[in-house]
Design a binder for this molecule. Structure first.
Ligand code: FEO
Length: 175
């Protein structure tokens, strides 16, 4: 049985992951509006990943007989002043999620809940990747600046992203 403070922190993290999906849906729409189809595709995959993250938390809660307490998801910003500003916002958001996971890990450690710590290991590693992915794109966007040719090529590269195994929340239900 999970301790109440861990239950409550896990519920808050489900909200964070669903908000992440919501934020990236807004970014899909923004990139579509400015015809950056590759960036929009990249973000569509990111939405699936965030839903899969929420799903992993949800299934873990169920497996530990945790009590779900779902809260309203805040509305994200829906417009950015430039593609670079949107990617910077994505990177900043991932840094925030890393902080959330680290705090959650600390709570599980304080509560002497090794099962939850072990469960969170996957997210600790995932956040290293999430920060690296978005920070690399921010760096590339800065190199390109407003040069249309560079932006076109970078967008084509972003279009090559494929969904990682396990990123489909429906598929991960079976695991
Ligand atoms: Fe669920 Fe992008 O962290």
């Amino acid at each position: 049985m999970m301790k109440p403070e861990i239950q409550s922190a896990m519920n808050a993290q489900i909200n964070e992951e669903l908000y992440s999906a919501y934020l990236y849906v807004a970014m899909v729409n923004y990139f579509e509006e400015i015809n950056l189809k590759g960036a929009a595709k990249w973000m569509r995959i990111q939405v699936q990943e965030e839903l899969a993250h929420a799903h992993k938390f949800f299934e873990y809660m169920v497996s530990r007989n945790g009590k779900l307490s779902l809260k309203a998801i805040n509305g994200p910003k829906s417009d950015w002043k430039s593609p670079l500003a949107a990617w910077e916002a994505a990177y900043k958001h991932e840094c925030h999620i890393t902080e959330c996971i680290n705090k959650l890990y600390g709570k599980a450690s304080d509560a002497r809940d090794p099962a939850t710590m072990q469960f969170l290991d996957w997210f600790v590693n995932e956040q290293v990747e999430e920060e690296a992915n978005t920070s690399d794109i921010v760096a590339q966007m800065k190199m390109v600046k407003d040069a249309p040719g560079g932006l076109f090529l970078l967008d084509r590269e972003l279009a090559a992203r494929t969904a990682a195994a396990g990123a489909d929340p429906a598929a991960s239900a079976a695991t």
